[in-house]
Design a protein around this ligand. Structure first.
Ligand SMILES: N[C@@H](CCC(=O)N[C@@H](CS)C(=O)NCC(=O)O)C(=O)O
Length: 235
């Protein structure tokens, strides 16, 4: 049977990419073993063996077989556990499905690098401000996409959480931490009111609660520990 075999997820609690996988596993009510990885100097032998190309999380093991890349894992779970009574996270119509995949790719092309810059790689305040502006521009574009994809309903996916919701929703814990760091709001209700309402609904959804971090200080503490570790490595 396609859906048989145990599920094990190697992750890090703050990772936007890991959070996506946890949200879809929750949506499908699938039990899984979660293993928290240490991305510093102590990546587990299982992680290194299961993702030898990127050595990154998430890794999903299904019946012992490893799989990498969050968007691919999320779609795999959706395909394998289709027909279980839980609606697919992707639309049935091929054009709408292509549109959802387009916006999911957009999120990782535009929001991902800006997030990485603001949190980890920018060296100066000027660089950080530029990354902020790129994130805001992408979110403004996504505000328009939400209006079109949702057709006035709660989520990009319509009534229920869909693929784009999961892909963008993975970043929300970090957005709150960045807001605190920068003293202003990435998803500002005045600038992107639809996204602000969407954020509140996504965070409140059963599948996201307990998975999307809600303590910005803890996320910032994680960030500082990782930055200190990589600085000590560079010395
Ligand atoms: N494109 C990948 C990105 C995964 C990724 O960047 N994971 C980070 C954690 S947020 C990681 O494991 N980094 C460790 C490393 O690269 O050494 C995905 O969507 O799964």
């Amino acid at each position: 049977m396609a859906g048989s075999g145990e599920l094990k997820l190697l992750g890090v609690w703050t990772s936007p990419y890991v959070i996506r996988v946890r949200v879809v596993l929750n949506l499908k009510s699938l039990p899984y073993e979660y293993v928290e990885e240490d991305l510093g100097s102590r990546k587990s032998p299982l992680l290194l063996a299961s993702n030898p190309v990127h050595k990154s999380v998430p890794v999903l093991l299904h019946g012992g077989r490893p799989m990498n890349e969050s968007q691919i894992i999320v779609q795999y779970i959706d395909e394998v556990w289709s027909g279980t009574g839980v609606p697919s996270i992707l639309p049935a119509d091929p054009y709408e499905r292509a549109t959802a995949r387009f916006w999911a790719a957009y999120v990782d092309d535009k929001v991902g690098p800006a997030w990485l810059g603001m949190v980890f790689t920018c060296k100066t305040e000027e660089e950080r401000a530029e990354a902020w502006d790129r994130a805001v521009a992408a979110l403004e574009t996504l505000e328009g996409a939400l209006g079109e994809c949702s057709k006035g309903k709660a989520f990009f996916g319509g009534e229920g959480i869909g693929f784009v919701d999961i892909v963008l929703g993975g970043y929300l814990g970090w957005f709150a931490a960045i807001d605190k760091l920068m003293g202003r709001r990435l998803i500002d209700p005045a600038r992107t009111p639809l996204l602000a309402g969407w954020e509140a609904r996504f965070r409140a959804a059963d599948a996201a609660r307990g998975v999307v971090p809600d303590d910005a200080d803890k996320v910032l503490e994680f960030m500082r520990t990782l930055l200190a570790w990589s600085a000590s490595k560079a010395e």
